[in-house]
Write a protein that binds this ligand. Structure first.
Ligand code: MG
Length: 393
């Protein structure tokens, strides 16, 4: 026996082991190659399989009160959908036992309505018995804005390339876990979708998708660069403000049910950072001014000269400096002190509540140096309140 005839089977065996360790199937020399910021090929069979996590038991909950229901198992809700064709025409997908069933070769189905950033809930069930393997088993897709696919695939016991796994952002990012239920059971998918926000050609806020599969986090604010596609690298670029939700016909009779979404507030390029984190100084200053005006307007509606009005006005200082308001607050402290001082000691308690209200406000403003903590009107009021023990109870 020649050595080479020994080495070759050994090589094949090593290759099989390596493939098994990588845990995936598929073919090399396929999708787009790695680049400066993406170490894997698109649909890379060397990318590890998502670890198995057993999901919690299936529970049903009605949609939230403000949800837009796209499909609830009724004929009426089927009318929310149409074939994904250039001209509007009825879908050939059918209503079956309360589910929206993909009829192979009928094409994608899409919502008649269009929406953008959203919280989406959708449930799908892969055909039983399972047929095919890898991408051929229970394949469909949830396309946000008709462009970004959250993969639908029966991966319960079916390896495939990791970035094409169920709940992958297709061709972009594998799910953190395989939390699927067996085929034939319902998979509950919850998605937060935020499209990338551009100002002209400049990206001002990256898009992302967060996905839960059967209650388990599988995409953790995964960055979206652009649309998704087969074999091709997702290219950065703006997405439309809105688009239809599309479900894929990949030749498998996958069922869907309980489809609803809640639109999320649009993110404005100039100050949207405040939604999830600190704003720019300029945007924060503008927002503080806006809040101060709102608080002052609310104060103006209260009885003129009342303590309620004075304290509401004092509150506006938290958001914006205002010399006149600051002076009026100090005057209020001085007046409160004077009122207490003019009463005989056995009557002082009658002023406890309103004095404490002023003291509380002043204490807060002094603590944060919104008024000068050494301001005489404040220190005198503070002294009186403490001498009465009102600061304790
Ligand atoms: Mg698909």
């Amino acid at each position: 026996m020649k050595i080479s005839s020994l080495i070759f089977p050994l090589f094949v065996a090593m290759f099989i082991v390596a493939t098994a360790q990588a845990g995936s199937t598929g073919q090399p020399f396929y999708g787009d190659v790695p680049d400066a910021t993406h170490p894997w090929c698109v649909h890379d069979w060397n990318r590890p399989q998502p670890p198995r996590v057993e999901p919690k038991p299936l529970t049903d909950a009605p949609p939230p009160a403000d949800a837009v229901v796209l499909f609830d198992g009724t004929e009426a809700s089927l009318a929310n959908w149409e074939a994904d064709k250039p001209q509007s025409e009825p879908t050939k997908w059918v209503l079956k036992e309360g589910a929206l069933l993909c009829v192979p070769k009928s094409g994608f189905v899409r919502t008649k309505s269009k929406f953008g950033d959203c919280q989406l809930h959708i449930e799908w069930s892969a055909p039983m018995p399972p047929q095919g393997e890898s991408q051929g088993r229970g394949n469909s897709g949830i396309f946000l804005e008709g462009i970004v696919e959250c993969q639908v695939l029966d991966n319960y016991d079916n390896p495939t390339y990791a970035d094409g796994f169920a709940c992958s952002i297709y061709g972009v990012c594998p799910p953190l876990a395989n939390a699927l239920r067996p085929p034939g059971e319902w998979q509950q998918i919850d998605i937060t979708f935020r499209r990338p926000v551009y100002a002209g050609n400049k990206l001002v806020h990256p898009g992302y998708e967060t996905v839960y599969c059967n209650g388990i986090l599988v995409q953790d604010k995964t960055q979206l660069e652009g649309g998704t596609g087969h074999m091709g690298r997702s290219r950065p670029g703006p997405l439309p403000e809105t688009g239809p939700l599309k479900l894929q016909d990949h030749g498998n009779p996958v069922r869907f049910r309980n489809i609803w979404y809640r639109p999320l507030p649009p993110r404005v390029a100039a100050d949207d950072e405040g939604i999830h984190g600190p704003m720019s100084e300029q945007a924060a200053a503008a927002k503080r001014k806006e809040i101060a005006v709102m608080v002052r307007d609310a104060a103006a509606k209260l009885p003129a000269g009342s303590l309620d009005q004075s304290l509401r006005l004092a509150e506006s200082l938290v958001y914006e400096k205002d010399e006149a308001v600051a002076k009026s607050v100090i005057a209020l402290a001085a007046k409160t002190t004077a009122n207490v001082k003019q009463l005989p000691s056995d009557k002082i308690n009658s002023l406890k509540n309103e004095t404490k209200r002023v003291w509380n406000a002043m204490q807060f403003l002094a603590k944060f140096k919104i008024i000068d903590p050494s301001e005489a009107a404040w220190t005198e009021l503070d002294g009186i309140v403490k001498s009465q023990g009102w600061d304790k109870h």
